[in-house]
Design a protein around this ligand. Structure first.
Ligand SMILES: C[S@@+](CC[C@H](N)C(=O)[O-])C[C@H]1O[C@@H](n2cnc3c(N)ncnc32)[C@H](O)[C@@H]1O
Length: 262
């Protein structure tokens, strides 16, 4: 928390507002994706299911394969507690929805699905896309399956496996949009990034969550920003957005925007 707080002060010092940005691509991204307050048809249903879960006092046995696991003592946790601590906010999930709506990817991968709410947003944004969500915790995965069924979404394939085990099997998929949201260590994040780079194409988009979660996550983000294959990178503080299009100049923008708090 302290790392995040001090980082945000530095972020504000180096950050820019949309008025300091000259790239037309970036301007359009801000106007059409970031700045959008309207409700889309699928938002209420997903949030209704999330609200119902937020009152679930039943406990499940946690088997967190990610970096968060070192902070837990008792391995059984109330569903509502897991929901509170490990989900992307509705605002962040809705921002990702608008990104999918805008970029129109065909194959989407979410590493770290949890209860499936963001997965539901990703899938609803383009119903002809195919979304693969990977979740290592069996009990969480089962609840995610239930949620997706309840919401009647057909274009999601959830996989219950560790990222390490499943990624080599997913190499044949042509993912265009990848949301990296699990196992927040530098080594793991860079390992997944390097895996994804093997098949990356010009118009693909990668999103990294929690890039200021810890110093090592921020180091990983800086490595991604500096990588020779990445071009424009947008640091929204809450997430990092990565482009590979060679028509975009290689720059990292720290954008001061309300999305910094999503
Ligand atoms: C932050 S939560 C994902 C939140 C979700 N993407 C959302 O937007 O609401 C991270 C999830 O990744 C899973 N996870 C972490 N490390 C993993 C690994 N190595 N393999 C598979 N799942 C993992 C955890 O069990 C956890 O449910």
């Amino acid at each position: 928390m302290i790392y995040k707080l001090t980082s945000y002060i530095k972020f504000l010092v180096n950050g820019k507002s949309k008025y300091n940005i000259h790239s037309p691509f970036f301007h359009e991204f801000i106007d059409k994706v970031l700045v959008h307050d309207g409700d889309f048809y699928c938002y209420p249903a997903i949030e209704h299911v999330r609200n119902q879960m937020s009152t679930m006092n039943s406990k499940i046995q946690r088997n967190d394969l990610g970096a968060g696991s070192k902070y837990r003592g008792d391995t059984s946790k109330k569903v509502k507690t897991i929901l509170k601590h490990s989900q992307s906010s509705p605002q962040k999930a809705q921002l990702l929805f608008r990104m999918v709506n805008y970029f129109n990817p065909t194959f989407i991968l979410e590493l770290g699905t949890s209860f499936g709410f963001t997965t539901a947003y990703l899938a609803n944004a383009n119903k002809s896309s195919k979304v693969i969500g990977v979740e290592g915790d069996e009990h969480i995965y089962q609840l995610a399956q239930k949620n997706i069924k309840l919401l009647g979404i057909k274009n999601i394939n959830l996989i219950n496996a560790s990222f390490e085990a499943v990624l080599p099997k997913l190499s044949n998929y042509d993912f265009n949009f990848i949301y990296f949201d699990g196992n927040h260590t530098k080594a793991a994040t860079l390992k997944y990034f390097n895996w994804a780079l093997e098949n990356v194409k010009e118009n693909d988009v990668f999103i990294f969550d929690d890039i200021y979660w810890s110093k090592e996550m921020h180091d990983a983000w800086n490595n991604i920003v500096d990588h020779q294959k990445t071009t424009l990178t947008i640091d929204l503080f809450s997430i990092g957005v990565v482009f590979f299009n060679k028509n975009l100049s290689k720059e990292n923008f720290k954008l001061i925007h309300r999305a910094n708090f999503y």
